[in-house]
Ligand binder design. Structure first.
Ligand code: NAD
Length: 331
């Protein structure tokens, strides 16, 4: 077996962390031959719960898990890490304004950015899941100037997976036969799930999704709102927010960084200017490796953007700019 890599999960005592730890330990992300040292961070009042999670990881008897380090100290959690899943965030409390939630969370990500800067490997790949994920990722990167900016990204993969699944269901095809779905912008109600460039395999042939579905009103209406509102629909049914699917998406996201596929992968990167949006639309380059595991990315260039898409992209970009300005004010 290879040398172990160090992987940090923050908010590890929470519901996404619970699923994520299992997936990481099972080899589903870094492969069955890659041992991992799990460095699990949560806040002091959650240490007993975190101990319980550690007991369960032990009881899973997973060959990939070399060591588990539970802690409430970011300096310990981020020490020499190769990958970070920043899931931990303050939940919205009753009566809390969106702005107050944003302020509380960007402060957490400021501190964690500083701790990453000091303690993590410079090659660390950081995935921000905790909401507002896009803005938290920006703040985290801003406060970790010694780590390359492109190593930070925010999770849009859950929205991508939701959109792919909706299209697959509509066409009654396996989800693996739908690709190049795009999620533009913020992980919020303004996000724009876009299948203008997406393909579906129909009878063995890659076909544009618009041609396969032949229902523009659906693709520009119900499809978009279903994906935008899916998180709320899960909460309404489960009385808890998405956790299994969020953990799976986080794993897919990190896996996409080290497994090469010539397909679009959505992860928000804050690249101002690209398609006049803050959304990073990426696919992995097939050659250059900067690290034993992780690969570099290039941004898909030259996609034609029509007026319908432009309007939606501008709306979500505007929201991201407002969030960014509010966050900078707090910091
Ligand atoms: P949860 O409340 O079950 O768990 C969050 C955990 O984070 C808790 O254990 C809490 O103690 C911990 N935490 C809080 N502050 C922390 C800090 N400063 N350092 C370390 N840990 C801290 O929530 P969850 O369901 O696991 O969701 C976690 C976050 O992920 C939320 O912000 C949620 O909105 C977000 N989320 C994002 C996506 C996405 O697609 N980007 C999808 C689902 C959920």
């Amino acid at each position: 077996m290879a040398e172990p890599i160090r992987v940090c999960v923050t908010g590890a005592a929470g519901q996404i962390g619970y699923s994520l730890c299992y997936m990481l330990g099972s080899g589903a992300v870094f492969g069955p031959d890659q041992p991992v040292i799990l460095q699990l961070l949560d806040i002091p009042p959650m240490m007993t719960v975190l101990q319980g999670v550690c007991m369960e990881i032990s009881d899973c008897a997973m060959p990939c898990v070399r060591e588990v380090i539970p802690t409430d100290d970011p300096a310990v959690a981020f020490k020499d890490i190769d990958a970070a899943f920043l899931v931990g965030a303050m939940p919205r409390k009753e009566g809390m304004e969106r702005k107050d939630l944003l302020a509380a969370n960007v402060k957490i990500f400021k501190v964690q950015g500083q701790a990453l800067d000091q303690h993590a490997k410079k090659s660390v790949r950081v995935l921000v899941v905790g909401n507002p994920a896009n803005t938290n990722a920006l703040i985290c990167a801003n406060f970790a100037p010694s780590i390359p900016r492109e190593n930070f990204s925010a999770m849009t993969r859950l929205d991508q997976n939701r959109a792919q699944a909706q299209i697959a269901q509509k066409l009654s095809i396996p989800v693996k036969d739908v690709h190049n779905v795009i999620i533009w912008g913020n992980h919020s109600g303004t996000q724009f799930p876009d299948v203008k460039h997406a393909m579906a395999k129909i009878n063995g042939t890659d076909t544009p999704v618009y041609d396969a579905i032949k229902d523009d009103a659906f693709l520009k209406g119900d499809f978009i709102t279903t994906v935008q509102k899916r998180g709320g629909a899960v909460i309404a049914a489960r009385k808890l927010s998405s956790a299994m699917s969020a953990a799976k998406a986080a794993c897919d996201h990190m896996k996409s960084i080290h497994i090469v596929k010539s397909r679009f992968v959505n992860m928000d990167l804050y690249l101002e200017g690209e398609y006049h949006s803050f959304s990073g639309l990426l696919y992995p380059a097939s050659k250059s490796t900067s690290h034993i595991i992780f690969r570099k990315w290039t941004i898909v260039q030259g996609l034609p953007i029509d007026d319908f898409a432009r309007e939606k992209m501008d709306a979500t970009a505007k929201e991201l700019c407002e969030e960014r300005d509010d966050a900078n004010e707090v910091c």
